[in-house]
Ligand binder design. Structure first.
Ligand code: ADP
Ligand code: MG
Ligand code: MG
Length: 887
């Protein structure tokens, strides 16, 4: 239903079906949008007639007539894509209005103020959305708002609601004049022209910049298209007995089970979210209009029962009568998502499986993020640095430098600055800048304002409705608490309490980090941690994939195990060579003239590497540890500036010219495809021998301490089975030697990375020798697509923007290309060894859609950085659950 009618249309139909009061209307489907773009912006030939028939029906239903001056029906034209895109597409209200219709409506309602308020709103929206009259630059104001401001000054009033019907009538004239001046076109008076203009604009807005940016950010395909909903108007602006509101069926910031929303009397449409007047909390409605509140509260519970989810609703009260205008699954913070999911399982509204499917894996990041150090914050407040308090709309702590426009936020961020975006209010044009900011602060708007909604979805720290700040966009400063805060000044905002504080405040680890990593908090006293732990326990129940981690040091390994890692999928040995006391013997080894010299240097490295491996084996205590033999090109270990080369020469007692020459010799035109990976161990077998010996001696030592060990030696960059065969033989020989020397036995495996296409294509042959595979998807992506990741900056981003690749292939596995090679490798590998253990250790191992793909092609495990382990656990569970659902 949603794919055809769009989210809004489908849910309007759904609400009507369950007996809720919804104004009648009809929907032009997304198929028409697809047709529109496929046919050079033309409609299907039957559309006009179908719309005409539908309008006839609507007329009958409403006992009025679209375009009839005496008894006019006005409609709203609303866009609605399949996935909800808040504020992305533009809606036009009160369509069908013109001078004659207005007179007729006054006759009928005896309420000229209402009529001209509706009229001026219509001209304003239509002028903006259809005729394109908008603010010109980032520091300019909206031309219609400027006219309104001017009018208010002239009349000496502050609120829109204080304007009289004559003022509003005058605004209509002024608006139309501004439109004519800006576009050279007359405002259309014919309701039918208005209707088609609006429909075209909705379809057109599917492709505007901000809609495209939003889709990109949220992975919504351009091909889906939007629907258009045409609906009879109900009026919240008829006077003090009318109003409009938005609400969540539960608290969207914390997840608490309480009605959470805002409303304004004598208002229409977006007034509540636009932040023009600060709206009232829904609890006020309970006092002011108990009957309506009661009705809404029943609807809230019914909606949750029907949709089994927390819903975001829009309603309008027309002359004391309640109408529902929209409902959709509510956006929420990660904190809220987790709490709501767990509560709903308790309330038996959903199962634990559904709960897992409700929580986006990446959202768990929010639970790991730092919070303010409360002591430091108290001190700051005692010292008079509290600037203001607003509404706590997006929890968390953020410190950054003040900027006032979205483009500035983007620019500063690109320079590596942390910024807090401070605005009177935000609008959909600002989303890229919001994304670039650590936190968002607005003067106006409530908990359901644009800023709050988008910030929560992005997981940004956010404070809204902070009415004591006065932003001056021209001066690039804001006035607050008698102080002037300029662009570039530091502020700190606490999105959990609404406090805005001058200067920087140190942060501290979150509850989850305190319990698991620093172990400074008792889990029983950490409710957020407890929810986290519950989700993880459910995830572990359903996931099939094992989760390992990429770690080179014992402390990293310990953290990863605390996060639930079940082994190390990639231990890079080269990082170890940069450790204390190791780089010199490493350089000696590289600069050696012959095998003997090289062996001498390697002998110095052996005990050092052995110690590293012991630490890791101890930390992992019997869990598998995959250790990769040396991989990067050797020149990475040598200094490239003259001074350092001289120092080395001196320290090693050799001539500077020799160092210089050797560095030159090692220079490569294309190091990514050069002398690296197993090629090093094949040309210099003594390196692999040393590394294997270090591993096995460490294993023997740790076993002696009574611990279990399970090393897996992994040979990188293998494209030909003979490469692996060469290295595996060396490793097996050393293993045998160490076992004999130590008079003991240990388990170990020798396997390979699959990271060049030839390796994937000949995986059956490679499986004859390998005891496991691990996909190195970073290199596999580079070598499959033929892109060097380090040089891709200039074109890959534009590629993604142009949709050549839907996502950055270094972020999410390119399923069509790289993924296909992975499938081939799995199939061929397991044709030889049906139970061949296969994992992935590239960066992709912690990215949810890639984890899903790894599940689908039957890998045994994914390996990712320690802090992504929880995300991978949840992603793996969701992949398993989605698969069952499909079957
Ligand atoms: P969005 O996609 O941005 O949520 P909507 O289509 O929901 O836009 O419309 C914006 C506002 O206009 C909403 O707050 C809604 O309440 C109001 N609105 C839409 N249609 C009607 C209608 N038929 N009668 C009264 N108000 C309407
Ligand atoms: Mg809406
Ligand atoms: Mg690699």
């Amino acid at each position: 239903m949603k794919s055809l009618l769009g989210g809004k249309g489908a849910n309007l139909a759904e609400m009507t079906n369950i007996g809720l009061p919804v104004p009648p209307g009809f929907t032009i489907t997304t198929e028409v949008c697809t047709y529109f773009y496929a046919h050079n912006k033309h409609y299907p030939t039957t559309l006009a007639k179908e719309v005409f028939t539908a309008i006839q029906k609507l007329n009958k239903h409403m006992n009025a007539k679209f375009g009839d001056p005496k008894n006019a029906l006005l409609v709203s034209v609303r866009s609605g894509a399949r996935a909800s895109m808040p504020g992305m597409m533009d809606t036009i209200l009160n369509l069908g209005m013109n001078d004659v219709v207005a007179e007729g409506l006054i006759e009928k309602t005896k309420n000229p103020r209402f009529v001209y308020d509706s009229y001026r709103r219509f001209v304003q929206m239509y002028g903006d959305v259809v005729m394109g009259v908008q603010a010109k630059g980032k520091h300019d104001s909206d031309p219609f708002e400027m006219i309104i401001e001017h009018k208010k000054k002239e009349k000496n009033v502050t609120l829109d609601t204080d304007l009289t019907s004559d003022d509003l009538k005058d605004l209509v004239k002024l608006f139309k004049k501004a439109i004519k001046q800006n576009t050279g076109k007359d405002f259309p008076d014919d309701p039918e022209d208005q209707l088609w203009g609006a429909v075209g604009a909705v379809f057109g807005s599917w492709n505007n910049e901000r809609a495209n940016a939003y889709r990109k950010m949220n992975g919504i395909p351009t091909s889906w298209g939007t629907a258009v909903n045409i609906q009879a108007m109900v009026y919240g602006n008829m006077g003090e007995n009318s109003g409009t509101g938005v609400a969540f069926t539960r608290n969207a910031a914390t997840g608490e089970n309480e009605f959470y929303g805002e409303y304004l009397m004598n208002a229409q449409g977006e007034d509540v979210v636009a932040g023009i007047r600060t709206p009232l909390h829904i609890s006020e409605l309970k006092k002011a209009r108990p009957v309506i509140y009661k009705q809404l509260d029943v609807i809230r519970k019914n909606l949750e029962k029907h949709f089994h989810d927390m819903m975001d609703i829009e309603f309008t009260i027309q002359d004391g009568k309640l109408f529902m205008l929209q409902c959709r699954a509510g956006k929420r913070t990660a904190l809220a998502a987790i709490r709501i999911a767990i509560d709903m399982v308790k309330e038996r509204l959903i199962t634990d499986k559904e709960a897992l499917l409700r929580i986006e894996p990446d959202a768990l990041n929010q639970l790991l993020r730092p919070i303010f150090d409360l002591k430091e914050k108290d001190i700051a407040i005692k010292n008079g640095r509290l600037l203001a308090k607003g509404l706590a709309a997006g929890p968390g702590a953020a410190t950054g430098r003040v900027v006032f426009t979205a483009p500035d936020a983007e620019e500063w961020k690109s320079r590596g600055e942390l910024v807090i975006l401070c605005r009177t209010e935000t609008s959909p044009e600002d989303i890229k800048g919001m994304d670039a900011s650590e936190g968002i602060l607005t003067a106006f708007g409530g908990m359901t304002s644009h800023a709050a909604l988008v910030a929560r979805q992005m997981g940004k720290v956010c404070i809204v409705g902070c009415s004591s700040i006065e932003v001056d966009y021209k001066a690039l400063s804001m006035k607050v608490a008698g102080k002037i805060i300029n662009q570039g000044d530091w502020i700190s905002i606490d999105g959990s309490t609404g406090e805005v504080i001058e200067g920087k405040i140190p942060t501290k680890p979150s509850e989850v980090m305190e319990v698991l990593i620093s172990k400074t908090l008792n889990p029983k006293k950490a409710p957020i941690y407890e929810n986290f732990a519950k989700i993880m326990a459910w995830a572990d129940k359903y996931r099939v994939l094992k989760i390992r981690t990429n770690a080179d040091q014992p402390d990293q390994a310990v953290n990863a195990v605390a996060f639930g890692a079940e082994g190390i999928g990639l231990c890079r040995t080269e990082h170890m060579f940069f450790g204390e006391g190791k780089i010199m013997p490493m350089r000696e080894m590289i600069l050696a003239d012959d095998v003997d010299q090289r062996k001498k240097a390697l002998a110095k490295l052996l005990p050092l590497q052995r110690e590293d491996f012991e630490g890791i084996f101890r930390a992992m205590d019997g869990l598998p540890v995959t250790i990769r033999t040396i991989d990067p090109p050797l020149h990475e270990f040598l200094p490239h500036d003259k001074e350092m080369q001289q120092t080395i020469a001196k320290e090693m007692g050799i001539r500077f010219e020799k160092v210089q020459r050797r560095v030159q010799e090692l220079h490569e035109f294309n190091p990514m495809l050069g002398f690296r990976g197993c090629r090093l161990g094949i040309i210099y077998p003594e390196i692999t021998e040393m590394q294997s010996r270090a591993i096995f001696e460490a294993a023997a030592n740790v076993m002696k301490e009574g611990k279990e060990v399970f090393p897996e030696i992994m040979i990188p960059l293998v494209g030909n089975v003979l490469e692996l065969d060469h290295q595996a033989k060396l490793v097996h020989k050393i293993a045998k030697d160490v076992m004999t020397e130590r008079k003991m036995k240990f388990k170990y495996h020798v396997g390979t990375m699959i990271e060049v296409p030839r390796g994937a294509l000949t995986a059956d042959k490679i499986a004859d020798v390998a005891e496991f595979f691990s996909f190195g998807t970073n290199d596999l992506t580079q070598t499959t697509i033929g892109i060097s990741r380090d040089d891709s900056g200039r074109f890959l981003l534009p590629y993604v923007e142009m949709d050549i690749y839907a996502k950055d292939p270094f972020e999410a596995i390119d399923r069509e290309g790289v993924g296909e090679l992975m499938k081939i490798a799995v199939e061929k590998g397991r044709s030889k060894k049906p139970r061949l253990k296969i994992g992935i250790c590239g960066e992709h191992g912690g990215e949810p859609s890639s984890v899903e793909f790894c599940h689908q092609i039957g890998l045994d495990y994914v390996s990712c950085s320690p802090f992504r382990v929880p995300i991978a656990r949840l992603a793996a569970a969701r992949a398993a659950l989605k698969e069952v659902k499909k079957k």
